[in-house]
Write a protein that binds this ligand. Structure first.
Ligand code: PLP
Length: 436
């Protein structure tokens, strides 16, 4: 309560806007996830550049949330904003491809080793399109996902295991589909369970993150992902790596960092420097089976794509972002910062003899209040919203912005060691306050 009161006192302009917003905006926000910030209202942001964010009260933050990966590059990089402005001045939406589309396809193919690409408006969108293609190609009805996954607002994926039953994710808003009919759910890091479930023969594709990142970071055990590839191939199930968040593992995501061989890769949020867009890449075999029917109009494309999809602004933004950010040299700057964060936080935890742990994937890291869980259900059980909320507000009140869920920290090449150390310092003060 003291941290909340402090926040309200130091953010009068955000407080006033939050009050005003309750009239015209449902729940006072333009988008439901924005109600998930700890405290009575979210900060209203004014501007962001590089690794810094400034709110409407003029308070400056080290931004470790980076738009929950949407700004993994750092904010408003001049070369990206210049390319966006230049393209906007020449027209955006035409229902025709621009030359940037070819550059983007070639670059994504080079990075991810999959030859054929399509655009989407968001990772949610891309995942929905991929499910349709997978059903078309296999003639099978179901998607398999990991227990406690998140792949955007795709109805079929908002499912969890309850014993052996597949049920809608607790609290999922008015399920649109009967997930017991559309979805198979398996625990992460359990190959036998995957093998047993896929043997039923009704699954079109397995949609997974190579590491879970949406119930905290849960890393794959040694050999698990290789086993997943073998099992999916043996059962004729397409393997889809959703790299929307795991792009933090490197320029080609976990797919390249860990030498994986999926049939389809989905990339989203960060690739367009903040402009809404996503893309999905297809293996040569999948592309060959789709290309003919698409060109021959045998596929009813009403199920995929959209008027604004693949617009020239998104393509220019992706080109500028991939040509100047999210490259090997950028990760070479960002990853050591995440390592420094991990070391600093681990020292604080050890000093106070707590059972907490830090988990890191590339340039992103996060603290657990227990030993790192092995699967989604264990991760969900370990969530302590009260403690997370306290730590989030504590850091926010001292100029450090973490993600509102699971207190994750993401590093861009524009952060500094001093930024990392500032977090470690305020984290240490929070732990001292909690344990005193
Ligand atoms: N896939 C993964 C792994 C995600 O983490 C998310 C969002 O957090 C999505 C897909 C959906 O992305 P978007 O909300 O941009 O559609």
């Amino acid at each position: 309560a003291a941290e909340e009161d402090r926040f309200v006192t130091t953010h009068p302009r955000s407080a006033a806007l939050a009050e005003q917003a309750r009239g015209p905006l449902l729940a006072g926000v333009p988008m439901p996830w924005m109600t998930r910030w700890p405290g009575r209202f979210p900060v209203f942001f004014e501007s962001a550049a590089g690794a810094r964010l400034v709110d409407v009260d003029g308070v400056e933050y080290v931004d470790l949330c980076l738009g929950d990966t949407g700004a993994m590059t750092g904010h408003a990089l001049p070369q990206v904003t210049a390319a966006i402005a230049e393209r906007a001045g020449r027209g955006i939406t035409t229902m025709l491809p621009s030359a940037d589309a070819v550059w983007v396809g070639e670059e994504l193919a080079r990075r991810f080793g999959l030859p054929s690409w399509q655009l989407a408006m968001s990772a949610t969108d891309a995942n929905r399109f991929v499910l349709r293609f997978a059903r078309y190609l296999t003639g099978r009805p179901r998607v398999a996902v990991m227990d406690w996954c998140y792949h955007g607002t795709v109805d079929e994926t908002l499912a969890v295991l309850q014993g052996d039953r597949v049920v809608a994710r607790p609290g999922a808003l008015g399920p649109q589909v009967d997930v017991a009919e559309t979805t198979a759910v398996v625990p992460f890091n359990d190959l036998d369970a995957l093998d047993r479930r896929l043997a039923v023969g009704d699954v079109a594709c397995l949609l997974m993150e190579p590491a879970l990142t949406n119930i905290g970071i849960v890393l794959p055990e040694p050999g698990y992902l290789e086993g997943v590839r073998e099992v999916t191939r043996r059962h004729g199930v397409l393997l889809v790596n959703d790299e929307t968040h795991t792009l933090c593992a490197g320029p080609g995501g976990a797919t390249v960092a860990w030498g994986l061989d999926p049939d389809i890769v989905v990339v989203g949020k960060p690739i367009g420097g903040g402009i809404p867009c996503a893309a999905y890449g297809l293996s040569a075999e999948v592309a060959e089976r789709l290309s003919g029917p698409m060109l021959g109009h045998e596929i009813d494309v009403a199920g995929v794509g959209g008027t604004l999809t693949g617009n020239a602004l998104a393509l220019a933004a992706i080109r500028a972002t991939l040509s100047t950010c999210l490259r090997d040299e950028d990760f070479a700057l960002a990853v050591p910062l995440a390592e420094r964060f991990t070391a600093g936080v681990s020292d604080v935890i050890a000093e106070h003899d707590l059972p907490w742990h830090v988990q890191r994937l590339g340039c992103r890291a996060e603290y657990w209040f227990c030993p790192p869980p092995r699967d989604g259900a264990a991760a969900a059980a370990a969530v302590d919203e009260e403690l997370e909320g306290f730590l989030h507000l504590w850091c926010l009140n001292r100029g450090v912005l973490l993600t509102p869920f699971h207190n994750m920290a993401l590093f861009s090449p524009h952060h500094t060691e001093a930024d990392v150390d500032r977090h470690t310092e305020v984290f240490g003060e929070a732990v001292a306050a909690l344990t005193s």
